[in-house]
Design a binder for this molecule. Structure first.
Ligand code: ME8
Length: 535
C-alpha cells in the first residue's frame, strides 16, 4: 500500500513567532521523503501550512496592538518564504483561517454533535496557555505544579468553566486495537508503546470548546455561539480539509478519496498525544478511517540540552550560546547543505544537539572531505588520465566489484524508503560507498599508475568504477541535495531530470560521455561568513 501513493503532512505551525530550526527540521524531512517517493515513481501529495487560531495568536496580536489576522498573514508568509529558501516543494499550503478549512471544522463538529459524541459539562482543571491544554491534578503534581509537557518553561493556572466535551475515553480501547493491528502505524516503536501505555489507563474526555469571554480568535462552535473551537480540534482537521473532506466541490472530494487512505503525518514528539490519540479518536467518532502512519521524531536541542523553541527561557540562568537560527544557517551554508544538516540531524527515535560547532565539524568531515572531495578528485583525475571523457567500465578488478556492491546498497536503501521512511539509512549507505571509493583510490593509486603507459586500461577501469558510483550517489541523494546533485549530474554528462527506474543500476553511463570541470561541490565551513552575519 505504501508504494501506491504517499500523502505526507507536516504539523501546521503556529503563527505567533518566526520559524526556527525545529520547524525547518520537520519540513525538510517531509520534503526529502516526498522527493524520494516522487523519484521512485510513487504519486505523492505534500501538505504543509499554518495553525492560525487560539490564544497564542490572540496574545501575540494583543502584545503588538494589531488585529490577529495581521499577525497570521505576516508569520504565515514567513513560513512560506522559509520553505522557498529551503527548496521545499509542497503541493498545498493550508491556513486554518481559510474558509475552505473553517467550513469543514464547523461541519464535522455538527456531525459529532448530532452523533451524540459531544456533551456539555462543568470542568475545573489546570490549564497551560502555551500548550492550550487542560491537565489533570496527578500530572500537574508530578510536574511540581508546572505544565506536565514543558515543566521548565510553562506554568499552569487553575480554571473552572462550563464547556463542551468530546467522548474521547469511549474510543480509547478501539483505537488501541487499531494501533496494535497495525491499521495505524506509529513509528518509532517506543512512541507506539508510549501511546498504547496511555490508552491502557483511563482516558479523559476532551474539552473541545473555549469560552469567547477568554478567547474569541477561533472557529465558532456551530451549536453554541458563546464558544469557539479548541485550537487543536480545529488544527488537526487541516489534514482532511486541505484535501477536500466534506467539501461542496466534487473535484475536492475526489482528491480526498484519492489521498486520505495514504496519509503519513510527520510530527515532533511534543505533539504525539494530540496526533496519536485526539485525532484518531475524533476520526473514529466521525466514522472516518485512520491515517496510515505517524512518524514522531525527537527534538533538536540547544546548548543547555533543552528543546530549541520560540519560548524565552525565563528562569534558566546558564543559557549557553544560542542555537543557529535557520536564516543564519541558510546564509552561511546555502539551501542544500542546510537541508542535509537537518535531514540527517537525528535518528527519528532520538533527540540531537545542534550547534555551530557540530555544524562546522559535520560540514568539513562529511561533505568537504567526504563526498565533495571524492567528486573533485575523481573528475580531476579523469581529465588528466582519460581526456575528460568517461572511459567505459571494465578492468577495475575486485575493488571495483566491491565498490559496485556498496553503491548498489545505496540504491537498495533508496528503494526501501516507502517502507522505511529512512533517509538516514540512505545516508549511511552513501558514507560506506564514499569510504570504499576513497580506499579504492588510495590503495590503487591511479595517479601513479597513469605514469606507466602499460597501465592505461587499468587506470581507466578504476576511474570508470568511481565515476559510475558517483553517478548513482548523485541520483540517490538528489532528494536531499536537489541543487548539488543537479551540478553533479551535469558534470557527469547526465540530463537534469532523473529517471530513477531507468538509471538506478550499474552500467548506465556510456563510454565517451564528456565530463565537465571538476566541481567544488562542498566547500569547507567558512568561519568568516559566520562572523560577518549581523549579530
Ligand atoms: O505544535 N526539534 O505548532 P508549533 C524538532 N500548531 N522539531 C521541532 C522542534 C525542535 N526543537 N521545535 C518544533 C504546533 N519542532 C501546532 C501543530 S498540527 C495539527 C498543529 C517542530 O509551531 C516539530 O514538528 O509549535 C513540532 O511538532 C512542531 O515543530 C511544532 O510546531
Amino acid at each position: 500500500m505504501s508504494r501506491e501513493r504517499f500523502y505526507v503532512t507536516t504539523p501546521i505551525y503556529y503563527v505567533n513567532d518566526a520559524p526556527h530550526i525545529g520547524h525547518a527540521y520537520t519540513t525538510v524531512l517531509a520534503d526529502v521523503l516526498a522527493r524520494a517517493h516522487r523519484m521512485l515513481g510513487v504519486p505523492t501529495w505534500f501538505l504543509t501550512g499554518t495553525d492560525e487560531h487560539g490564544l497564542k495568536v490572540q496574545q501575540a496580536a494583543e502584545a503588538k496592538g494589531v488585529p490577529p489576522q495581521e499577525i497570521c498573514d505576516t508569520y504565515s508568509q514567513r513560513f512560506r518564504e522559509l520553505h522557498a529558501r529551503l527548496g521545499v516543494r509542497y503541493d498545498d499550503f493550508i491556513r486554518t483561517t481559510e474558509p475552505r478549512h473553517k467550513t469543514v471544522v464547523s461541519r464535522v463538529l455538527t456531525l459529532l454533535h448530532e452523533r451524540g459524541e459531544v456533551y456539555r459539562a462543568e470542568y475545573e482543571g489546570w490549564y497551560c496557555t502555551r500548550c492550550e491544554r487542560y491537565f489533570n491534578d496527578t500530572d500537574v503534581q508530578a510536574a511540581g505544579g508546572r505544565c506536565p509537557d514543558q515543566p521548565v518553561l510553562h506554568d499552569v493556572a487553575r480554571l473552572k468553566e462550563s464547556n463542551y466535551f468530546f467522548r474521547m475515553g469511549k474510543w480509547a480501547a478501539e483505537l488501541a486495537r487499531r494501533i496494535e493491528s497495525g491499521e495505524m502505524e506509529l513509528a518509532p516503536e517506543k512512541r507506539k508503546n508510549e501511546v498504547l501505555g496511555f490508552l491502557r489507563k483511563p482516558v479523559d474526555d476532551l474539552c473541545i470548546s473555549r469560552s469567547k469571554a477568554r478567547l474569541s480568535w477561533g472557529v465558532d462552535l456551530p451549536f453554541d455561539a458563546d464558544y469557539v473551537t479548541y485550537v487543536w480540534v480545529d488544527a488537526l482537521f487541516n489534514y482532511k480539509s486541505a484535501i477536500g473532506y466534506l467539501s461542496d466541490d466534487p473535484a475536492a472530494r475526489e482528491r480526498h478519496a484519492t489521498w486520505w487512505a495514504h496519509a503519513t503525518h510527520i510530527l515532533g514528539k511534543d505533539i504525539l498525544t494530540t496526533h496519536a490519540v485526539y485525532w484518531p479518536t475524533m476520526l473514529l467518532a466521525a466514522g472516518e478511517s485512520l491515517p496510515r502512519k505517524l512518524l514522531a521524531h525527537g527534538w533538536l536541542l540547544d546548548a543547555t540540552g533543552l528543546k530549541v523553541s520560540k519560548t524565552k527561557r525565563e528562569g534558566v540562568t546558564d543559557q549557553g550560546p544560542p542555537p543557529p537560527s535557520i536564516d543564519a544557517l541558510l546564509d552561511v551554508l546555502g539551501t542544500d547543505v542546510t537541508r542535509w544538516l537537518l535531514a540527517t540531524a537525528m535518528k527519528p527515535g532520538d533527540d540531537a544537539a545542534f550547534s555551530w560547532d557540530l555544524v562546522r565539524e559535520r560540514v568539513n568531515a562529511e561533505l568537504a572531505n567526504g563526498f565533495g572531495n571524492s567528486v573533485n578528485r575523481v573528475v580531476k583525475m579523469a581529465h588528466q588520465a582519460c581526456g575528460g571523457k568517461f572511459p567505459g567500465l571494465g578492468g577495475g578488478g575486485p575493488r571495483g566489484d566491491s565498490l559496485r556492491e556498496k553503491t548498489l546498497a545505496v540504491v537498495a536503501a533508496v528503494s526501501a524508503v516507502p517502507e522505511t521512511l529512512d533517509m538516514l539509512a540512505v545516508n549511511a549507505a552513501v558514507r560506506v560507498a564514499v569510504a570504499e571509493m576513497s580506499g579504492y583510490l588510495d590503495d590503487e593509486k591511479p595517479w601513479k599508475l597513469a605514469k606507466d603507459p602499460a597501465q592505461t586500461g587499468r587506470v581507466a577501469g578504476i576511474l570508470a568504477d568511481c565515476i559510475e558510483s558517483l553517478r548513482l550517489l548523485g541520483l540517490a541523494l538528489s532528494p536531499i541535495f536537489p541543487e548539488k546533485c543537479a551540478v553533479l549530474r551535469a558534470t557527469l554528462g547526465q540530463p537534469a531530470a532523473t529517471d530513477f527506474v531507468a538509471e538506478a543500476r550499474w552500467g548506465v553511463l556510456t563510454a565517451g560521455t564528456p565530463l565537465g570541470e571538476p566541481p567544488n561541490l562542498f566547500p569547507r565551513f567558512d568561519d568568516a561568513k559566520l562572523a560577518a552575519l549581523p549579530q
